[in-house]
Design a protein around this ligand. Sequence first.
Ligand code: ADP
Ligand code: MG
Length: 684
Amino acid sequence: MAVDRSRESPAQRALRKLGLRRPIDLALHLPLRYEDETRITALADTHDGDVVQIAATVVGSEIRPGPRRQLLVTVDDGTDRCLLRFFSFYPSHQKALAPGARIRVRGEVRGGFAGRQMLHPQFRPDTGELPTALTPVYPTTAGLPQSYLRKAVLAGLARADLSETLPAQVQHAHWSLRTALDFLHHPTPEVSLAALEDRSHPAWQRLKAEELLAQQLSQLTAKRERDQLRAPRLQAMAGAVHDGLLAALPFALTGAQQRVVAEITADLAKPQPMHRLLQGDVGSGKTVVAALAAAVCMDAGWQCALMAPTEILAEQHFRKLADWLEPLLAARGRGIAWLGGGQKKKEREAVLARIASGEAALVVGTHAVIQDKVQFQRLALAVIDEQHRFGVAQRLALRGKLARDGQEPHLLMMSATPIPRTLAMSYYADLDVSTIDELPPGRTPVVTRVVNEGRRDEVVARIGEQLREGRQVYWVCPLIEESEAVDLVNATATHAELSDALPGVLVGLLHARMAPAEKKAVMALFTEGLMGVLVSTTVIEVGVDVPNASLMVIEHAERFGLSQLHQLRGRVGRGAAASACVLLYATGDAPRLGETARARLKAMAETTDGFEIARRDLEIRGPGEFLGERQSGAPLLRFADLEEDAALLAWARELAPQMLDAHPDLAERHVHRWLGGKAEFLKA
Ligand code: ADP
Ligand code: MG
């Protein structure tokens, strides 16, 4: 369904991105914390470090010029004075803070009586009237101010249907969904802030219980449905492609790889389709695991498909898998087929015929693999690389490719964006997870530096050094949302700049608008080591494997998401040479980076561990945003914590089967309320 999004305001778009569409979604968007604006503190009673609200009159206001322009405002509340210091401000601030203005100011007091200060406090005109409830602070995102979000949430709360879905015998005497939500959106000031913030308050318990129940219900439904499905049983056989591949590999599998191969092999032998997510950090060696799974499938006489999100990545898989498997398959009269975007009609038809006859035991490609015209003779295993880049529809299409006796193929989904354990358990309704938690030996961790754009020249000099040592370099240009054209201008300018600065070096350019064949040609030059520097927009984001590349420069790193930065960094450090990643940042007109951008770059500098990165990402963004819009319908736990709330989880686990059997209508309403209209997607 096409939705006209051109008329959306930025705030509306931000609401949509947070998954806040229905009134109930807004009503269930609960505060992260609260601010107590119900009290005014006298300045004379404050101490260094106190976070307080004061009511005062502006008695002085000046702009201090200099490299860090500041707005300095002095206020007096009758008991003492305080200096308010602002580094970024607009004319509207000055106006609101003109001498004589009565304002309420909230912030942390620094300094004692030698001179009190507040740095960037919040302020508003003092109307004389104080709120009677604590002020909720909601999780939000860029472009969505608290004030707008607050109004939207209250409107949602007023309109949402909050009738009971819990069976009567388990309803709580005091806290219905309605009373719990009313309370959490405007708690009275007497309640302990601590109980609210650590979520131990009964109103929170009620919501966590509801949430866990929704999760258990949807998982159980999906499990019951999956138990009904059938898939070919693929038994590992000795002495065939699988063993041949193991023997031919130039390295030994890591312990973690052996473990996940065993988990997958056990699934493939079952008569129910495997739905398994294989997660492993960038460079952990997922491809060979996929190849071994494919080998088991082909040994059993069935076909396997591998789908990757970009032409470059799919092509790279094809080359690697052909290297490994072609000789082994040829000996058995079968082969491996390529399905890409730029194929000629005749070529395409020949490939389709090989797939239909079953001669192509393994089919590698992009989205081309799921087109209707692609008819497998007997598909038993589908592997999806970088699965988070695909939508639900594509997974469903793959599952439909085994049209035979009501069977479905086994599904192996791979991702380099590790999902923290608690999220993984509730990520898809019913998905098994295998994790490669060990890198192949001999890797040196990538050293990461966060560097101001002002020192760009030094970075270019560093590139020269790497090239002289025979290494190669990636330079990634910023992604400016929804403006491919601007991206391209930037990338082209950087390409010209580096070509000038590095005479005699082949500098390549790769961007999203190039034809597949052009991209392939550029990538081939880089892979073969003929090209020293590759400037690109984020098309290299996933999976590219060039072990000789040892330096990754990311321009305007502050604009990238954390997992994207981590993925990009994973393109280097793949060989034995020491590798580095330079995160160039610019603050624009602002005196410094925003808080979340700073937190992201700091996380990158402090760790190379993908799980730690994922954990911090979750912390910075909150789970709603963590998986991106595409998957925001997944049954994420927003409030409950599987470990902390073990007792509630046990309650939900016991209730779910009873409720599904005895009150299927209530169960359905409950799941729909919590997980939206997307519950059916969770099965994919
Ligand atoms: P990713 O998990 O990011 O997809 P790849 O499968 O591309 O990682 O593997 C990264 C590199 O490590 C490849 O060059 C691959 O051949 C190599 N590799 C994989 N497993 C091992 C291993 N056990 N020992 C040494 N090298 C390995
Ligand atoms: Mg990969």
